[in-house]
Design a protein around this ligand. Structure first.
Ligand SMILES: *Cc1c(COP(=O)(O)O)cnc(C)c1O
Length: 355
């Protein structure tokens, strides 16, 4: 059966399985090999691995891509995507976004490796004005941690009209909310570490695309950099994907409820929630120290960085040196997980009251 008519819930469960034959396992094995008998499809562990492929197949189907390449982390995937741009290429990117991406782009810009035109990605007019003469548009929407939302269809369409390449970090929204390739993006990137794998136990990244020539260039980048995924990590991520839609739907439901209640809470202001996804950012009454105390005071929610696991975590984002200084000192980013929403709300209320 072709997966084209299948829903994401079904794709997540049924793709990336071994051939069905009597006695075959339902799950792919973890293939531990650095080298292979000559003249086959795979020769060496840096060029391929049989445990990568089922994971790549599942992510491709979820994103409506023709192919996917997995990498050792989300940042490894992003680095590979930028690596195929010519030296000094003008690119347009949001001035607010994942701190690792921001730091990489700032470094490339100061080294002259890329000429980055930083924009407010939610300001469509500004984005379009900067596209003129640029080679590439990098979009992250919603943004991390401000949760700004770009007019995704419009800016990708305008970029393609001007022949720019478009890369899209779809980590926050996930393919359950938007599929950038269907809007014309060339590359969609995931920190698989987050919702796709979903259990805070593995780092992985992916790039998905439709164009085979682009695939070949990015595959060559992965091979040359050696930024390859471990077989065990790949297996864990595929296992995680089986329940990704279930987990994400619950987390998203919880997040919507918590965002509404936080907005009505007297010690909280500027609640940011784009109406989808499972991340909520807000400011608390008080300074950085108070925000740290709130994060520490919770007993169920863990004060920890990262996001997208089944367990709810939160942190004060500005505790990171790399975080943009436009992010307020007292902003807490809450990654909502799959616990019962009433247990989470009680924990949040008592942390806000008791710290
Ligand atoms: C975490 C994250 C990344 C980086 O991924 P790693 O797997 O940590 O390397 C990139 N983009 C976004 C939006 C993220 O949340």
């Amino acid at each position: 059966m072709s997966h084209e008519n299948l829903s994401p819930e079904t794709i997540a469960i049924s793709l990336g399985r071994p051939e069905r034959s009597a006695g075959a396992g339902l799950n792919v094995p973890i293939t531990m090999n650095s080298t292979y008998v000559a003249n086959g499809a795979i020769n060496y562990g840096r060029t391929g691995n049989q445990t990568w492929e089922p994971l790549e197949e599942a992510i491709s189907a979820l994103e409506e891509a023709s192919s996917t390449l997995i990498f050792s982390s989300g940042m490894a995937a992003i680095t590979a995507a930028f690596s195929i741009l010519p030296h000094g290429a003008p690119i347009v990117a949001s001035h607010e976004g994942y701190s690792g991406t921001m730091s990489l782009l700032k470094r490339y810009h100061s080294e002259g490796r890329l000429e980055v035109r930083f924009v407010d990605i939610t300001d469509t007019k500004e984005v379009i004005a900067q596209l003129q003469g640029a080679a590439f548009l990098w979009v992250e929407s919603p943004t991390n941690p401000g949760l700004g939302v770009a007019e995704v269809g419009v800016i990708i369409g305008e970029a393609k009209k001007r022949n720019l390449g478009v890369g899209f970090d779809n980590t926050f929204a996930t393919p359950l909310n938007q599929k950038p390739l269907t809007f014309g993006a060339d590359i969609v990137m995931h920190s698989v570490t987050k919702y796709l794998a979903g259990h805070s136990d593995v780092l992985l990244g992916s790039l998905s695309m439709k164009d085979p020539a682009l695939h070949a260039r990015l595959q060559n980048a992965r091979m040359s950099f050696g930024s390859i995924a471990g077989p065990f990590e790949s297996w864990l991520a595929l296992r995680g994907i089986r329940t990704f839609p279930l987990r994400f739907e619950r987390a998203q439901e919880n997040a919507a409820i918590l965002a509404t209640r936080l907005a009505a809470h007297l010690s909280v202001s500027n609640v940011r929630y784009p109406g989808f996804g499972a991340i909520v950012s807000f400011q608390i009454e008080g300074d950085a120290k108070k925000a740290e105390a709130v994060c520490d005071a919770a007993t169920l929610i863990t004060n920890a960085t990262s996001l997208g696991g089944v367990e709810t975590t939160w942190e004060r984002r500005r505790r990171w040196e790399l975080e943009s200084h436009s992010v307020p000192e007292n902003l807490i980013r809450l990654s909502v997980g799959c616990e019962h929403v009433e247990d989470l709300w009680r924990d949040i209320q008592s942390a806000l009251a008791g710290s």
